[in-house]
Design a protein around this ligand. Sequence first.
Ligand code: ATP
Ligand code: MG
Length: 244
Amino acid sequence: MVPARLVRVAGKRVGVMGGTFDPIHHGHLVAASEVGGLFGLDEVVFVPTGQPWQKSEREVSPPEDRYLMTVIATASNPRFSVSRVDVDRGGPTYTIDTLSDLHRQRPDSELFFITGADALSQIVSWRDNQRLFELAHFIGVTRPGFHLADAHLPEGVVSLVEVPALAISSTDCRDRVGRGMPVWYLVPDGVVQYIEKRGLYREGRRRATSDHGSPNAPEGAAALWTGPSVPGSTPTPDSQEVPR
Ligand code: ATP
Ligand code: MG
C-alpha cells in the first residue's frame, strides 16, 4: 500500500540504491532496474557508502574505487546515476544522512529507497526511524538466502518486491578474485577490467589460506554478513541506526 503522502506527485520519482558496492554486481543492477520498472521511477541513484569503521573482518576498498566501479557499471543506462554524497561525507554511512542529503539536493523529488531483504530489517528496526519514512518510501527486494517474510517489518511503511533471483554477492565476487576464479558475467565487463587494473581483492588470496583456512566451512558461508563491528561503541540494536 502506498502511503497517502506519496500519492501526491511532486517532481521526479527517484530510486535510491545504497550499498558498499565492493564490487557492484548484476544483482544490484537487476534489483534497481526491476524496481524502476515496477514503480515508474524516472531515475535510480546509486549511492556508494563512505568508508566504514570496519565491515565484518575485512578492509573495505577505497571509496574512490567503489565509486568508479559504480559509475562504470551504470554508465550505459540513461536512468541510472551515481551520487557522491556518502563518499564525500566520509566515515560510516547512515541511511538517514543519505536520504537527508539527497532530499536537500532534490527537494521536489519523491525518494524510494531500495534495499535488499538482509539490509531492510536492520534499517527499519531502528527505533527512531520515523524521519526515515518521512524522507522516502522503502522498497524491500528479495535476495536469495534472505526471506522478506522473516524480516519483522512494521506494517504499511515498506513495499516488498520480488526481483529475479540472482545469487550474487560482493563477498562471493571478492572471494572469487582472491581464489583466481573469474567474475565475468557476475559483474559488468568494465568492472571486471577495473578490478584487474587496480589489483583489487587479491589480498584475499593470502587471507584465504591463512586466517580463513577452515576446510570445514560450509559452501557459501563467506557470503553471510555478520553485521558491522563498531569498535568503541555499543549501541542497543534497536535504539540507533546501524551504519550500512
Ligand atoms: P557484501 O557481500 O559485501 O555484503 P552485497 O552483495 O550484499 O555485498 P551490498 O553493497 O552490501 O552488496 O548491497 C547493497 C544493497 O543491494 C543491499 O540492500 C543488498 O541487500 C542489495 N543486494 C545485494 N546483492 C543483491 C542481490 N543479489 N539481489 C538483490 N539485492 C541485492
Ligand atoms: Mg551486503
